[in-house]
Design a protein around this ligand. Structure first.
Ligand code: GDP
Length: 422
């Protein structure tokens, strides 16, 4: 039976609701969506923040019931480094591309003041990569490997004393960028009564510092009750283990001690199953959505605003992307023109300055040349005078020499005459 055709109403006209008089088939849309999503597979990216040796790798192995074969990190790194590994997992016919990012060297430096910087930069970089893909002319978001962090597990040291300042600062810096889920690590090392007080203190401190941790969604009626209950139990106190211990006729993940066994999946031993339920089984999609719709939107908005884009103009009227872009282009051209003029003026000024400088130098050189020329002429004249005087003296000397010689000859002749007469 054919469906009643729905006329496309003008945009401002109220949309009418019509009744179908038979089966049409678009009720299969959710199934189509499921089939398509299953075919494409899913991505989920977890960031684990916590000091070295806090049990991050072990918890990941425990959560996904596999071995990710990570190497223990040393305590000697000079700075925090983020290392990511991506794995393809499959459960039934659902494929999951899981990326686990570890904060290697977190809390190992003497000055822990900027331990969060590398983490913030990493999260922003993933947002930026996605934004760049979105802004490409030829984009392929369906094939794009989305590396944005969907869940950030913050491992709290089980001291029983409350949060350290590095925890508060880091969570505060991240709460608007990522879904922060605090967990108490190695919860088997803290007693039950201490754990209750510890949890309360942590929540008090988180609230007092205005840190917005991720809340499991309560708007869906089917999940509202469970999620509200779970929100009240945050931070989950978790235990991880790569060992299996036989309990009865079952092999269970557990940590064995001389005084007993801590079963990871036993709710009376720790909150591991609650974390797994909330993180993987119930709210994975919500975390992906919140990442895209809240955290990424915030990042995108900030970046576009920094670039000068806005939804409304100065007169508070809506402006389109093209209008803003055109305006930016005009502004950019004007700015370029202004800079060019400025540079030209500066150039002309510099040339003039250089010209004046050169003229000064030329003038100085002429003056110097004149002085030297004059000095040279004077010197020449002095030498000529001196030569003239010397020549005169020489002539005088020759004259006198001649006179003396004549006198001597005369007196000699006279002496000879007298001798002969005798
Ligand atoms: P990471 O450096 O944070 O990745 O820590 P690892 O997962 O490598 O764990 C460091 C050490 O802590 C290993 O010896 C683990 O066996 C141990 N460990 C991991 N999880 C727990 C836990 O829940 N409780 C206890 N007591 N030890 C744990």
């Amino acid at each position: 039976m054919a469906a009643v055709a729905v006329e496309r109403p003008p945009i401002d006209e109220k949309i009418r609701t019509l009744k179908l008089s038979g089966h049409v088939g678009f009720d299969s849309l959710p199934d189509q969506l499921v089939a398509k999503s299953t075919q494409n597979g899913f991505t989920f990216n977890i960031l684990c923040i916590g000091e070295t040796g806090m049990g991050k790798s072990t918890l990941m192995d425990t959560l996904f019931n596999t071995s990710f074969e990570s190497n223990p990190a040393p305590h000697t790194l000079p700075a925090v480094k983020l290392k990511s590994h991506t794995y393809e997992l499959q459960e039934s016919n659902v494929r999951l591309k899981l990326t686990i990012v570890d904060t290697v060297g977190y809390g190992d430096q003497i000055n822990k003041g900027d331990s969060f910087t590398a983490i913030v930069d990493y999260i922003d970089k993933q947002f930026d990569d996605y934004l760049q893909e979105e802004l490409k002319i030829k984009r392929s978001l369906s094939a794009y490997h989305d590396s944005r962090i969907h869940a950030c597990l913050y491992f709290i040291c089980p001291t029983g004393h409350g949060l350290k300042s590095i925890d508060l600062v880091c969570m505060k810096k991240l709460d608007s960028k990522v879904n922060v889920i605090p967990v108490i690590a190695k919860a088997d090392t803290i007693s039950k009564s201490e754990l209750t007080k510890f949890k309360q203190r942590i929540i008090q401190e988180i609230k007092a510092n205005g840190i917005q941790i991720y809340q499991f969604p309560t708007d869906d009626d089917t999940m509202a009750k469970v999620n509200t209950e779970m929100n009240n139990q945050i931070p989950f106190a978790v235990v991880g283990s790569t060992d299996f211990v036989r309990v009865g006729n079952k092999m269970l993940r557990a940590r064995q001690y001389p005084w007993g066994t801590v079963q990871v999946e036993n709710e009376s031993h720790c909150d591991f199953t609650k974390l797994r339920e909330m993180l993987i089984r119930t709210n994975m999609e919500d975390m992906r959505e919140v990442t895209h719709q809240r955290h990424y939107e915030l990042y995108r908005k900030k970046i576009l605003e920094t670039m000068g884009f806005s939804d409304v103009g100065q007169d508070n009227q809506p402006v389109s992307f093209q209008q803003t872009f055109e305006q930016k282009r005009v502004e950019h051209r004007e700015e370029l023109q202004r800079k060019e003029d400025e540079m030209r003026q500066t150039f002309v000024l510099r040339v003039k300055e250089k010209e004046t400088e050169l003229k000064e130098v030329e003038k100085e050189l002429y003056t110097k040349y004149d002085t030297l020329k004059r000095e040279h002429a004077e010197e020449k004249k002095r030498y000529e005078d001196l030569k003239k005087r010397l020549d005169e003296e020489k002539a005088e000397f020759q004259k006198r020499k001649h006179q003396v010689a004549t006198q001597q000859l005369t007196s000699h002749t006279l002496t000879l005459g007298k001798t002969k007469k005798k």
